[in-house]
Design a protein around this ligand. Structure first.
Ligand SMILES: C[S@@+](CC[C@H](N)C(=O)[O-])C[C@H]1O[C@@H](n2cnc3c(N)ncnc32)[C@H](O)[C@@H]1O
Ligand SMILES: Nc1nc2[nH]cc(C(=O)O)c2c(=O)[nH]1
Ligand code: SF4
Ligand SMILES: [Mg+2]
Length: 240
């Protein structure tokens, strides 16, 4: 039986980002990422600093862990990371277990890898990385993924681009023009993911700048601009 590298499970919390912002959800965060974004707010999922916290769990063990944590106090599970798309059919098995109990499955991934279980996901968020991340987008791979999910009526899929600066904003425009039919969410970057205390003022200033960019741009009439809501409330705390 294949297992999933889990570094944290938490919740119920409130989905702080993107298409299903505000939804009550549990989180399962997987270990490992094929990217190394310079501003990653979850670097412990790949930098080795929390490797000792990783447990290899069977799908049923993850579900049991969530039920132990929250009982029936949720009906959505967001699987994030790291990059959950590094995981094969065990993730498909986990999603099936959730569906058997009428629980929704949401996935956060960066559009660098395809998995056939993407077709089973209820809410698929694809977050390609802009230049400020230091990563290079594989546009052929992203095209393949977007083409394959477009053909699947089931999953509500959307694009989410984190924007730190003008260059990132131009990148987000490029993504929007490339996939004009896919809902696009823009999210201001948190430029200090280790700062203690209340970071909401700093985040709101960056959100205001991004509002201004979109308000002024007739090419972005259908884009949606959202903060990391959980970071406004719980700042840089983990497990929120
Ligand atoms: C931690 S990542 C994990 C899932 C996947 N690796 C990805 O990047 O989509 C989850 C989301 O947080 C966003 N994110 C990570 N660091 C951030 C930061 N410093 N500011 C704003 N968003 C950030 C990512 O862009 C992504 O949309
Ligand atoms: N509340 C909350 N919402 C989130 N949406 C995406 C997250 C992520 O780290 O993938 C995240 C997270 O870490 N916490
Ligand atoms: S792809 Fe996601 S998890 Fe991986 S380094 Fe970038 S932001 Fe972090
Ligand atoms: Mg997060």
């Amino acid at each position: 039986m294949s297992r999933i590298p889990v570094i944290e499970m938490f919740g119920p919390t409130i989905q702080g980002e993107g298409a299903v912002i505000g939804v009550k959800t549990m989180f399962v965060r997987t270990y490992g990422c094929d990217y190394r974004c310079g501003w990653c707010d979850s670097a412990f999922t790949w930098d080795g600093s929390a490797k000792d916290k990783v447990t290899m769990l069977a799908p049923q063990e993850i579900l049991d862990g969530l039920l132990e944590l929250a009982g029936d106090n949720f009906n959505c599970v967001t699987i994030s990371g790291g990059n959950p798309a590094l995981i094969g059919e065990a993730m498909g098995e986990f999603i099936s277990l959730l569906h058997e109990r009428g629980i929704q499955a949401a996935i956060e991934t960066q559009g660098s890898r395809w998995q056939d279980w993407f077709h089973e996901v209820d809410v698929l968020t694809i977050s390609p990385k802009p230049p400020s991340s230091g990563m290079q987008t594989d546009w052929d791979k992203l095209d393949e993924i977007m083409h394959r999910v477009a053909g699947n009526g089931k999953a509500a899929h959307s694009l989410k681009v984190v924007v730190f600066n003008q260059e990132d904003y131009e990148y987000a425009r490029k993504v929007h023009f490339r996939y004009p039919e896919v809902p696009l969410f823009l999210q201001p970057g948190n430029d200090n993911v280790t700062e203690e205390g209340d970071i909401s003022g700093r985040l709101l200033k960056r959100l205001e700048w991004l509002f201004g960019q979109v308000i002024a741009d007739p090419q972005m009439n259908r884009a949606r601009v959202l903060p990391q809501l959980h970071a406004l409330i719980w700042h840089n705390k983990r497990g929120k």
